[in-house]
Design a protein around this ligand. Structure first.
Ligand code: NOJ
Length: 534
C-alpha cells in the first residue's frame, strides 16, 4: 500500500491541526449503536471541510472494550464492532486522498487479559517463560495473601490481582489490563513489529498511550512518597525504548506523539530529544484554569521547555479522558484535575462556551500543533450519564465517587431531526445522548455564521492561508491586566480578554476573526478573543 503522504523531510507535524476521533462515538455506519470505521469513512468530507491536517484514532483493535479499547487483545486485527483491517486500510488511503494523515494509538504499557500472551501466561503457570512477559510475583504475608508491593494505581483501586495458582500480576490500570514486562526483549520486538505493521499500512504517526509508565524498577520496590525516582513513572530506561522506536519511525517518515503526564518540565523534555519522540501532549495547558496569568505562565513554560530540544509544542484543551472544555470553563474552578472530579459540579454553559470560543482562537494562534477532540468543534458540553448506563471503569474503581469519562464520550449529533441525531441508522447509541442536543447538531451549525463549527472552520482556513501562524516565534505585547496579547510574524496579532471588563484593541489594520462581537465602542468584551492584522 502507498506510504504515508509525507517524506522524512516533511515537517507537517510541527504545526498540524490534529483531530481526535473516538471511533466508538464518531458515527455508526452499520446501525448497531456503536460508531465504526464505515461511519468515519462516510464523514471524511466533513473532516476535510473542517480543514484538519490529520486524524488520531483512539484504539480500534480487537478488544473486550473494558477500558474503551485501551485493553488490546490483538494489535493486527480491527475489532469487529468497528470493522475490518480492509476498512482501516481504505480509511487511511481515502483520508490521504483528502490530504488528511492518519495517526494510530499504540498501548505499549499493557494488553488485554484476553491477549494471547496473557492467556498463555495464565495457563503456563509460575516460573514459566510465558509469565516473564508480564510482572508475575508471589505475594507477601505468611501465605502470599498480600500483594507484592504497595504501588498506587493510575485508576483508583488495586494494582495487583491474584490468580488461582497463588501468584499475583501487576496492572497499573484495571485487572483486565495486565502490564507488560518491558525488560523482556520479546516485548520490545513485538512492539517494534506492530509499529512497522501500521507504518506499512500508510499511517503517518503513532500516539503512544501511557508513554512514561513502561519501564518499571527491576525490584518492584514499595512506593515511597517523594522518593526519586518513582518506581514506575519515568524510569530512565524508557528512553532507550523510544530511541529504537524513533529509528523505525524515521524509516517511514512517521511521527510520534507521547501521552506523557509529567509535572517536571526538564524530565518531560527528555522525551522530546531529537532521537526520541517528535511531540508530546501538553497536559499542563489542558489542566490550566481560565486565568490570564496562569495561562501566560503555562504558555511561557511550555515554549521554554521545548526550545532546548527543538521540539514543537502541542496545545490541547480536551480529549476523551477529561471534562469537555465548555463545561470546564463554565465552572467556578476552571482547571482540570482527575482527583477533583465529582457529580453535580455546577457549570454556566453560556459562559463556558464564550470562553471555549476564545480559547479556540488562543490555541490556534500559538506556535506548534493543535489537537481538536471530536465534538469540541461543535461546542459539546460534558453530558450527564444516568448511573445505570455508566461504562467507564474509572467510575467503578473510584467506588462511585468519580463520574468517570463517559460524559465526554457521548456519540456525536450529526443531524438535528434524525433519530439519534443522525449518529447511526439503527440501534440506540451505546451511551445515551442528552435530550437537548439537536442544537449542537452538525447540520444546524453548518449554516449558522455564529456557530462553534463556523468559528473552527474559519479559524482553520485562516491558519492554513496565513503563514505567520503555526510553527515560529511569538512575542507578548504589553496589555492591561487580565488581557493576553501576542504577535506572530506577518503582522498577525491575537488578543484574548480574560479580565472582567472590556479591553481596548492594539492598533491594527484589519480584524481577521473574532470569537464574539466587539462592543459598541469597538472594545473587546470579556472572555472574547480576536485575530488582527497589524
Ligand atoms: C490513557 C488513555 O487515554 C485512557 O483512556 C486509558 O484509560 C489509559 N491511558 C489506559 O490505557
Amino acid at each position: 500500500m502507498a506510504a504515508a503522504p509525507s517524506s522524512p523531510l516533511d515537517n507537517w507535524w510541527r504545526d498540524a491541526v490534529i483531530y481526535q476521533v473516538y471511533p466508538r462515538s464518531f458515527a455508526d455506519g452499520d446501525g448497531d449503536g456503536t460508531g465504526d470505521l464505515a461511519g468515519v469513512r462516510a464523514h471524511l468530507p466533513y473532516l476535510a471541510e473542517l480543514g484538519v491536517n490529520a486524524v488520531w484514532f483512539t484504539p480500534w483493535y480487537l478488544s473486550p472494550l473494558v477500558d474503551g479499547g485501551y485493553d488490546v487483545a490483538d494489535y493486527r486485527t480491527i475489532d469487529p464492532a468497528f470493522g475490518t483491517l480492509d476498512d482501516a486500510e481504505k480509511l487511511i488511503s481515502e483520508a490521504a486522498e483528502l490530504g488528511i494523515r492518519a495517526i494510530v494509538d499504540i498501548v505499549p504499557n499493557h494488553v488485554s487479559d484476553q491477549h494471547a500472551w496473557f492467556r498463555a501466561a495464565l495457563a503456563a503457570g509460575p516460573g514459566s517463560p510465558e509469565r516473564e512477559l508480564f510482572h508475575f510475583r508471589p505475594g507477601r504475608g505468611e501465605n502470599g495473601e498480600l500483594p507484592p508491593n504497595d504501588w498506587p494505581s493510575q485508576f483508583s483501586g488495586a494494582t495487583w490481582t491474584r490468580v488461582p495458582d497463588g501468584e499475583w500480576y501487576l496492572h497499573l490500570f484495571t485487572p483486565e489490563q495486565p502490564d507488560l514486562n518491558w525488560a523482556h526483549p520479546a516485548v520490545r520486538r513485538e512492539h517494534e513489529d506492530v509499529l512497522r505493521f501500521w507504518f506499512e499500512r500508510g499511517v503517518a504517526g503513532v500516539r503512544i498511550d501511557s508513554a512514561a509508565l513502561l519501564a518499571k524498577h527491576p525490584d518492584l520496590p514499595d512506593f515511597e512518597e517523594g522518593v526519586d525516582p518513582h518506581p514506575y513513572i519515568d524510569q530512565d530506561e524508557i528512553h532507550d525504548i523510544y530511541r529504537a522506536w524513533r529509528a523505525i519511525a524515521d524509516e517511514y517518515g512517521g511521527v510520534f506523539v507521547g501521552e506523557v503526564w509529567l509535572p517536571d518540565s526538564e524530565r518531560f523534555a527528555r522525551y522530546l530529544r531529537p532521537d526520541e519522540l517528535h511531540t508530546a501532549f501538553n497536559f499542563n495547558f489542558l489542566a490550566c484554569p481560565w486565568e490570564a496569568d496562569r495561562l501566560r505562565g503555562t504558555i511561557d513554560d511550555t515554549l521554554a521547555e521545548h526550545a532546548p530540544v527543538g521540539a514543537p509544542a502541542t496545545w490541547v484543551l480536551c480529549n476523551h479522558d477529561v471534562t469537555r472544555t465548555v463545561t470546564r470553563y463554565g465552572r467556578a474552578d476552571s482547571g482540570f484535575d482527575f482527583a477533583a472530579k465529582a457529580f453535580g459540579t455546577p457549570a454556566d454553559l453560556a459562559l463556558g462556551t464564550r470562553r471555549a470560543r476564545a480559547a479556540a482562537l488562543l490555541t490556534l494562534a500559538l506556535p506548534g500543533s493543535v489537537y481538536v477532540y471530536q465534538g469540541e468543534e461543535l461546542g459539546l458540553p460534558e453530558g450527564d450519564i444516568p448511573l445505570d448506563r455508566i461504562q467507564d471503569p474509572m467510575h467503578f474503581r473510584s467506588g462511585g465517587r468519580d463520574p468517570g469519562r463517559d460524559g465526554c464520550r457521548i456519540p456525536l449529533p450529526w443531524a438535528a431531526e434524525e433519530s439519534h441525531y443522525g449518529f447511526g441508522p439503527g440501534a440506540a447509541p451505546w451511551l445515551p445522548q442528552p435530550a437537548d442536543w439537536a442544537r449542537y447538531a452538525v447540520d444546524r451549525q453548518r449554516t449558522d455564521p455564529e456557530s462553534m463549527l463556523t468559528l473552527y472552520r474559519t479559524a482553520l482556513r485562516l491558519r492554513r492561508t496565513e503563514p505567520g501562524f503555526g510553527d515560529g516565534p511569538m512575542t507578548w505585547l504589553p496589555t492591561e491586566e487580565g488581557v493576553l496579547a501576542f504577535a506572530r510574524t506577518d503582522g498577525l496579532l491575537c488578543v484574548v480578554n480574560l479580565s472582567g471588563r472590556p479591553a481596548a484593541l492594539p492598533p491594527h489594520e484589519r480584524l481577521l476573526l473574532a470569537s464574539g462581537s466587539l462592543d459598541a465602542q469597538g472594545q473587546l468584551p470579556s472572555d472574547t478573543a480576536v485575530w488582527l492584522r497589524a
